[in-house]
Design a protein around this ligand. Structure first.
Ligand code: GTR
Length: 421
């Protein structure tokens, strides 16, 4: 009898698991939804002047904090910077390369972010991309002397990691997503760090990474891992504003996938980022949640319970109750330029939902004197729609490719008036 009950229990759990994760890929099966209007206050009144936008913006920001990403505690501590290396002729003389360690301490606990920076030798103080990598700085480059992370990394067959420690097998393995030579030749700098330095990406009850150093108590509005990664981007920005080789007014925050979600929240939270790029950022990033297409709020919260605040779980299967949607995350970045990109086969991230966020964020950019987003329909493949909000979709899978980077660089070159070497 006990055995039968046990089997029934397992079967019912498997069923609910399967139900939870069943993704909809049929537009016809999407529920009817209506999106909140970013230009209306929470009480329904219309915003009129630009001053109203400041007030409306803080209303919106607060909702994203308390219902989606969680509230980031104030950081009042000091940032300790250690220069780890300097190479004047990296990448065959193309770049000056630095590694710096940014250290945060509370009692015995400490968190250190190692930032790898490449600056073009030929053009000084041009724009610089800052973004995280997934597996360690050494995976972004084939250069043999770039440091590997000391922190926890995910086990990964391809990178030969079985003990949560980075090793030499990973060196250069992500270099296709970091086309350093192409970026540097076009006059851009790059700063990257391993995202797990800030908060290892697993559900540990916020015991490791930066959370315990800043948290006093935790509740349903406390910050999750995405907010922590965004916080780390701002700390890298703190460093960059003091680096005399860098023009702090031309810093572009970029991220792919979960790190695209982090770059959007960093851009919304920190106005020092002059431009924001989110590549294939999907659910919780640029994709509209209320469409219920591909990854949903319920599925992301089940697979990654540590990414958002606990309040976000209230909207599992109840996206209709969300007081915001992701077009308003883009609106929080206005009037600074934002570039969203999708991949055709990346249905899980809902390319159309990413595109529609651009359409529905446009009224805020226009209200602030910016350009209207130039597309009402999804543009054809490989045909970027360029404006203060820009968007493209390319063929292929979930990834960040040279094509994506070239689009971002074309856009940033014209925005920052970069001369190619
Ligand atoms: C997926 C997740 C997505 C996306 C992706 C990634 O498993 O469901 O939201 O963030 O990971 O970061 O690669």
């Amino acid at each position: 009898m006990k055995a039968i009950l046990f089997l029934l229990l397992i079967a019912s759990q498997l069923l609910s698991f399967a139900q939870k994760f069943e993704a909809n890929y049929d537009e016809a099966k999407m529920p009817a939804y209506s999106l909140p209007d970013p230009l209306k206050f929470n009480d329904g009144s219309q915003i009129v002047g630009k001053k109203d936008w400041t007030r409306r913006r803080s209303e919106l920001y607060k909702i994203f904090e308390t219902e989606v990403f969680g509230v980031t505690p104030d950081w009042k501590g000091a940032l300790e910077v250690t220069k780890l290396s300097l190479k004047e002729d990296a990448l065959n003389g193309l770049a000056k390369r630095k590694e710096v360690r940014l250290e945060f301490k509370k009692g015995e606990q400490k968190v250190a972010i190692t930032v790898l920076i490449y600056l073009p030798k030929k053009s000084k103080k041009g724009p610089l991309f800052v973004g995280y990598n997934f597996d360690g700085n050494h995976t972004t480059t084939t250069e043999a002397d770039v440091l590997k992370p000391d922190s926890w990394v995910a086990n990964n067959k391809e990178l030969g990691i079985t003990d949560h420690r980075a090793n030499e097998a990973g060196r250069g393995k992500s270099s296709s997503g970091w086309p350093l030579k192409e970026i540097l030749k076009r006059g851009f700098g790059v700063a990257t760090a391993y995202y797990g330095d800030v908060d290892p990406d697993f559900n540990d009850g916020f015991k490791d990474g930066i959370h315990p150093l800043l948290d006093t108590k935790r509740d349903s509005t406390s910050w999750g891992s995405i907010a922590a990664w965004s916080w780390g981007l701002s700390r890298i920005m703190d460093y960059l504003t003091n680096d005399k080789d860098v023009n702090a007014k031309k810093i572009i925050v970029i991220g792919h996938s979960r790190l695209g979600k982090a770059s959007l929240w960093a851009g919304a939270s920190d106005p020092r980022f002059a431009m924001v790029i989110a590549n294939n950022s999907g659910c919780g990033g640029a994709a509209l949640s209320k469409r219920i297409y591909g990854e949903t709020v319920g599925s992301i919260n089940s697979a990654f319970p540590h990414w958002f605040c606990d309040n976000f779980k209230k909207y599992n299967r109840r996206e209709d109750l969300l007081p915001i949607d992701q077009h308003e995350l883009l609106a929080l970045i206005a009037p600074r330029p934002v570039y969203i990109a999708s991949a055709q086969d990346d249905k899980w991230a809902d390319p159309k939902g990413e595109f529609l966020s651009c359409v529905y964020a446009s009224p805020v950019y226009e209200f602030l004197g910016g350009k209207k987003f130039p597309a009402m329909e999804m543009p054809p493949l490989n045909t970027p729609a360029i404006g203060d909000i820009s968007y493209h979709i390319r063929p292929g899978k979930h990834d960040i490719t040279l094509y994506d980077w070239n689009c971002y660089m074309d856009f940033a070159s014209s925005y920052f008036r970069v001369k190619t070497n």
